[in-house]
Write a protein that binds this ligand. Structure first.
Ligand code: NAP
Ligand code: F7E
Length: 349
């Protein structure tokens, strides 16, 4: 029997890798996409085949986490074996600019999904994209028993989603799990997250297209892993005998400064000659250090990450240098249009 999965956030970094993984395992994959005035499916275009084809395995449906009735109709119609709720306003700095929207999508969006599962009466397993941001001010190492202390509207919204997922597990016997994932990155990472911002800037500086990049707090420590390995962990959580919550992390923490240094050095550049400070990249409250302990996932799911932040920096620089070589100036302009035509690769946030 072919398994069916529904992925919200399929156009995002994780959604695209998860769709790839599920298709490679023979799943029929359904994805929720938002209607936009321009195409927003670049990360999954390579997976798409004409839905009229008998070989079609990927199906996209318009919808939004703010539209509960639509979610009920969709779930009833698709009747998936597994639901992966990855959609969210996922940028921490942006959540301070748009706290209410973040609460609606990243927080209330989850209860709309869970209610849609319950009201449509389908039998499915449910994955919730929880985050290491839940730990916030609690010092590392962090595991499933570490107390939460959210430090942003994003983290507060994810805290609600974490608890409501757990509540639906206990109240209704739903196979619902929280994956508490530490930062994970890739060449498909959104361009305004710090790793990708750095590796894109390195590529542009190396090519002589810009001189500097403006950054915020370089002292923050993050446990950066590789996104394709993390979506494998999500899938494993839904294959377990019993529902449980799991941390996914590499256990290796490095500062933003060290990531900068490795990325620039990899391209033969000195980061100190190119990095400038701009306070607009600071957050009103910062998360100083996240380093995860994923012993439970290693022991119970057999999940083992192989790429840490240092290796990621090199891998992502190589990918961005190659992308720039391939696509040229248009590659930079694509993001600058969204950042009010800042003349260099900065991102607005
Ligand atoms: P991402 O690249 O920002 O993707 C977010 C996805 O959510 C996109 O497909 C986006 O659609 C969709 N989306 C946003 N608002 C929506 C709405 N109202 N209705 C429907 N779809 C909506 O995020 P990611 O890095 O792949 O992360 C996936 C999930 O894991 C997120 O929930 C994130 O908060 C969480 N998480 C991420 C990390 C990490 O390090 N990457 C760590 C822990 C947890 P558009 O393409 O149309 O914008
Ligand atoms: O920031 C510092 C910044 O935006 C990392 C999301 O996927 O992971 C992500 O959240 C650190 C922070 O990710 C700049 O202050 C310095 O300390 O890449 P980021 P994040 O906030 O850790 C968690 C686990 C999620 O769940 C989220 O969805 O880097 N930093 N200078 C900067 N950050 C940015 N973006 N830009 C800078 O110029």
């Amino acid at each position: 029997m072919t398994k069916r999965a529904l992925v919200t956030g399929i156009t995002g970094q994780d959604g695209s890798y998860l769709a790839e993984l599920l298709l490679s395992k023979g799943y029929e994959v359904h994805g929720l996409i938002r209607r936009a005035s321009t195409f927003n499916t670049a990360r999954i275009d390579h997976l798409y085949t004409d839905p009229h084809s008998p070989d079609a395995k990927l199906f996209l449906h318009y919808g939004d986490l703010s539209d509960g009735a639509r979610l009920v109709t969709l779930l009833a119609g698709i009747d998936p074996d597994e639901v992966y709720n990855l959609a969210a306003q996922s940028h921490v700095r942006v959540s301070f600019e748009e706290p209410e929207h973040t609460a609606d999508t990243t927080g209330s969006g989850t209860i709309r999904m869970l209610e849609a599962v319950r009201l449509s009466g389908i039998k499915t397993r449910f994955y919730q994209a929880s985050s290491s941001e839940l730990y916030g001010a609690t010092p590392p190492p962090q595991n499933e028993d570490t107390p939460f202390y959210p430090r942003s509207p994003y983290a507060a919204a994810k805290l609600y989603s974490y608890w409501i997922t757990k509540n639906y597990r206990e109240a209704y016997g739903l196979f619902a799990v929280n994956g508490i994932l530490f930062n994970h990155e890739s060449p498909r990472r959104g361009e305004t997250f710090v790793t990708r911002k750095i590796t894109r800037a390195v590529a542009a500086i190396k090519a002589g297209l810009q001189e500097n990049v403006y950054m915020g707090n370089l002292d923050a420590i993050r446990d950066w892993g590789y996104a394709p390995e993390y979506v494998e962990g999500m899938w494993r959580m839904l294959q377990a005998d019993e529902p449980n919550d799991y941390v996914l992390a590499t256990g290796v923490g490095i500062t933003v400064r060290e990531f900068l240094q490795i990325a620039f050095e990899h391209a033969g550049l000195d980061w100190q000659e190119h990095v400038l400070f701009d306070e607009r990249y600071l957050r009103p409250t910062e998360v100083d250090a996240l380093i995860g302990d994923s012993t439970r996932a290693r022991e119970k799911l057999g999940w083992t990450p192989t790429v840490n932040g240092r290796e990621l920096a090199r891998l992502m620089v190589d990918a961005d240098i190659e992308a720039l070589r391939h696509e040229g100036r248009a590659w930079i302009d694509k993001v600058n249009l969204q950042s009010w035509k800042t003349p260099t690769v900065q991102g607005s946030i």
